[in-house]
Ligand binder design. Structure first.
Ligand SMILES: *Cc1c(COP(=O)(O)O)cnc(C)c1O
Length: 423
């Protein structure tokens, strides 16, 4: 990608996505499961820009959502409501009614109370809600603490011991069209083996329940396919079908669709956060090129910050960071930091960059297409960044910057909303 040319048309910092990489990742997934009874749903929370969702949709991939806002963005991206499913422990009654009224394909319920709410909303709309029951299989994968979601103490899903109560609620409400189970055990999972235990236990649970629920026709095994941020090995999509066939082949033959919800895998690699160096500061002396600890710290201060890309702060995530121009200088360890007033506003420490990196240089923070823009905030009254989609030679501004001032224009309202707030 020609970052110098892009930076002439767009001031840094900004997000850029490469459409061809997203198409390739989608094609890789579709090809891997072509001979299987498997349906793919892109977890749009990874990157919910309608233009990005549209790339997955044109590969025939549906959408996995957690809010009404995501429903609307997926719809803007061309996904039919029937090809959408919705997760989330806190779907509001209004959201549930909205997606049901708009024909969503499936709601995955995560609590007994939510089942009652879905039933009430569906009854009111005089419709039936196709539901999956999300199970917490209490099986974890080896991932970061914050991306592990299936310990007994995690908030997601229902425990297997809740099933009698689930059956009772479903039996009481004809508006609940219970079609199967769902699960999702975590994100950024390394290998197929880590998923085997949860897939196996979900398939067993499904088989057992189907004996009394003959309408069961779908088993949602979630997302979590990992991405190689720093060159380590992660399973590729074509390694998954073997396990899925081994664990669910009998079900697939029997007409059961296996559903998968990949998010990160589709978009992570395709995106970058492009940022300029504001200044270089050596604290405690210049760094030694052998990285010896007695030397000082070189801070490379850039114009992007943790409010734009929070993954390094939140998950200790690694992102490749490269200088956009050629340099023959030798490399020295640097701490790449943003302007936000938090010591955690650091993209990387002890990261090797050419010694001649200077103010005005462009750095490219790679693998930032997933959980980048979608997780950003306007902390420190900083901009919500512009997004650019590159497709071949053409670069399109798909979202312009939003400044704190623009936010103020819509939020500096002075309407009195109650006179009894102090009771
Ligand atoms: C976040 C999430 C996904 C996608 O996870 P990735 O790691 O991005 O593949 C899928 N399903 C559910 C329920 C999720 O919460």
């Amino acid at each position: 990608m020609n970052y110098a040319a892009l930076c002439k048309s767009a001031p840094t910092p900004f997000w850029v996505y490469d459409a061809s990489i997203i198409r390739n990742r989608c094609a890789e997934l579709v090809r891997a499961f072509a001979d299987h009874n498997v349906k793919l749903y892109y977890a749009v929370k990874a990157n919910d820009h309608p233009a990005i969702v549209a790339l997955a949709a044109s590969a025939g991939i549906g959408a996995c959502l957690v809010s009404q806002g995501e429903f609307e963005r997926a719809q803007a991206g061309g996904v039919q409501p029937g090809a959408m499913l919705m997760n989330g422990v806190g779907k509001s009654r209004d959201e549930i009614a909205f997606v049901l009224a708009n024909g969503i394909g499936q709601l995955n319920a995560e609590s007994l109370a939510e089942l009652e709410t879905i039933a009430a909303a569906a009854e009111e709309l005089n419709t039936r809600a196709r539901i999956g029951v999300r199970i917490n299989p209490e099986i974890t994968a080896n991932t970061h603490d914050h991306t592990t979601v299936a310990r007994r103490t995690d908030k997601f899903g229902l425990l297997i011991e809740d099933l009698p109560a689930v059956r009772a609620i479903v039996a009481k409400h004809p508006a609940l069209d219970w079609r199967g189970f769902s699960c999702h055990i975590g994100s950024q999972i390394h290998g197929v083996a880590e998923l085997a235990a949860s897939y196996r236990s979900m398939a067993e649970l499904f088989r057992a329940e189907r004996k009394t629920q003959p309408q069961f026709d779908r088993l949602d095994l979630g997302g979590g396919f990992g991405v190689s941020y720093s060159g380590e090995r992660y399973a590729r999509p074509d390694e998954y079908p073997k396990l899925i066939a081994e664990v669910t082949g009998d079900l697939q033959k029997d007409g059961v669709t296996i559903q998968l919800e990949p998010g990160r895998f589709i978009v992570a690699e395709a995106g970058a956060l492009v940022t300029s160096v504001l200044r270089v500061k050596d604290s405690g002396g210049a760094p030694a090129s052998d990285g010896s600890p007695s030397a000082g710290t070189r801070f490379v201060i850039v114009d992007a910050a943790m409010n734009n890309l929070i993954r390094p702060t939140l998950y200790d995530a690694y992102h490749p960071i490269a200088l956009a121009r050629e340099s023959a200088a030798h490399y020295v360890p640097c701490t790449i930091a943003g302007p936000v007033c938090e010591s955690a506003d650091v993209f990387a420490r002890q990261r090797e960059l050419p010694e001649d990196v200077a103010a005005g240089d462009i750095l490219v923070i790679g693998f930032a297409g997933a959980y980048g823009a979608t997780m950003s905030s306007m902390y420190n009254a900083r901009d919500r960044l512009a997004e650019v989609l590159v497709d071949g030679k053409k670069a399109t501004l798909i979202r312009r910057v939003m400044t704190a001032k623009e936010l103020d224009e819509i939020t500096l309202a002075s309407d009195v909303i109650t006179r009894s707030a102090d009771d």
